[in-house]
Design a protein around this ligand. Structure first.
Ligand SMILES: NC(=O)c1ccc[n+]([C@@H]2O[C@H](COP(=O)([O-])OP(=O)(O)OC[C@H]3O[C@@H](n4cnc5c(N)ncnc54)[C@H](OP(=O)(O)O)[C@@H]3O)[C@@H](O)[C@H]2O)c1
Length: 294
């Protein structure tokens, strides 16, 4: 099997998919297929464009067709939950699924969330320790902020959510407080950015502002100084370096982009499906190549 080419497919090929709408931009097929080939595994990952109205059928379909699992992306991460047979604790703490495993014996669907571990693993890989003295500001209150917040509240850090729509931030703060006793979470609007970031040790951009093709945008308000000694983590990975990262770096902050989170969530999904550890460096190289072509 060693050195099996990606193009080779036969009657024993095992399939995983990535369900999204749209899905053409996804790096997951290339990342996983490179890892399968490197490990000599007769497995393939295929993109599956699934309209929201067809999600239930698609999920029944992947089980019926003998898929081993799937990644789930926007807009299906929450919508898929009612159609799964069981979910792990990682799903309960976020309220969203990004990975499904199909049980080989009975075709049952089990949901996981590897965005949380993907983010925390990448923080650790970058030697960023989070504890009760950490003051984390998360920009955004959507799906990514939910996963990041869920991971961070368990570390004892003080968390402030800064979101354009304050109500959505308040709802997420209340969800996080109810999920972890004693955690310190508050939510404010964008106009309070300067006040809440003054003492920040970590700032995480979990908004979509600055993402391709709007690469000249930044969620940071003009005129607000960056806090000294904070680390800036931008979950965006397309482009690899966002305007926010460039501006923060110019102000002396250490900056980290979202590619590591993407790789580590993918690696965790790979392990859930196959029981094997994927070649992380290869997955990173494949994504870097693709992203630097764009
Ligand atoms: N690295 C990774 O592995 C990874 C994984 C998941 C997501 N991400 C990244 O995370 C980002 C967010 O994804 P998501 O799934 O959380 O999206 P989402 O659920 O749609 O949330 C988008 C967030 O961005 C805010 N936002 C959008 N446009 C804005 C604007 N013009 N000004 C201010 N705020 C704005 C929204 O604020 P409102 O609530 O006010 O609308 C909301 O908080 C994306 O860039 C994605 O690439 C990365």
């Amino acid at each position: 099997m060693e050195g099996l080419s990606i193009a080779h497919i036969d009657g024993r090929t095992q399939l995983v998919g990535i369900l999204g709408y749209p899905v053409a931009h996804s790096l997951s097929p290339e990342m996983h297929n490179a890892a399968f080939a490197e490990l000599g595994m007769n497995w393939r990952c295929v993109p599956l464009l699934v309209h929201p109205d067809k999600l239930a059928e698609a999920l029944r379909g992947i089980a019926a067709l003998g898929f081993r699992g799937a990644n789930v992306t926007v807009p299906h991460k929450v919508a898929c939950i009612p159609y799964l047979d069981r979910v792990t604790e990682s799903v309960n703490i976020v309220g969203a699924v990004n990975t499904i495993r199909v049980d080989g014996s009975d075709g049952r669907l089990e949901g996981f969330n590897t965005d949380v571990s993907g983010f925390l693993t990448d923080l650790a890989a970058n030697q960023i320790n989070i504890g009760k003295d950490s003051r984390v500001v998360i920009l955004g209150a959507g799906g990514a902020a939910r996963a990041i917040g869920a991971g961070l509240v368990r570390s004892g850090a003080h968390i402030t959510l800064v979101n354009r729509t304050v109500e959505r931030g308040l709802q997420l703060a209340s969800f996080l407080r109810s999920s972890w006793e004693g955690c310190e979470v508050e939510a404010v609007g964008l106009e309070e950015l300067e006040a809440v970031t003054r003492e920040a040790t970590l700032i995480v951009n979990a908004t979509s502002v600055g993402m391709f093709p709007h690469t000249d945008s930044s969620p940071w308000r003009d005129g607000v100084p960056f806090p000294k000694n904070a680390v800036l983590y931008d979950t965006i990975y397309r482009p690899l370096q966002t305007k926010l990262m460039r501006d923060a770096e110019r102000s002396g902050l250490r900056v980290i982009g979202g590619l590591g989170m993407l790789i580590h969530q993918g690696a965790a999904a790979f392990e859930i499906w196959t029981g094997r550890k994927p070649p992380i460096d290869l997955m990173r190289a494949v994504c870097l190549k693709r992203l630097s072509e764009n």
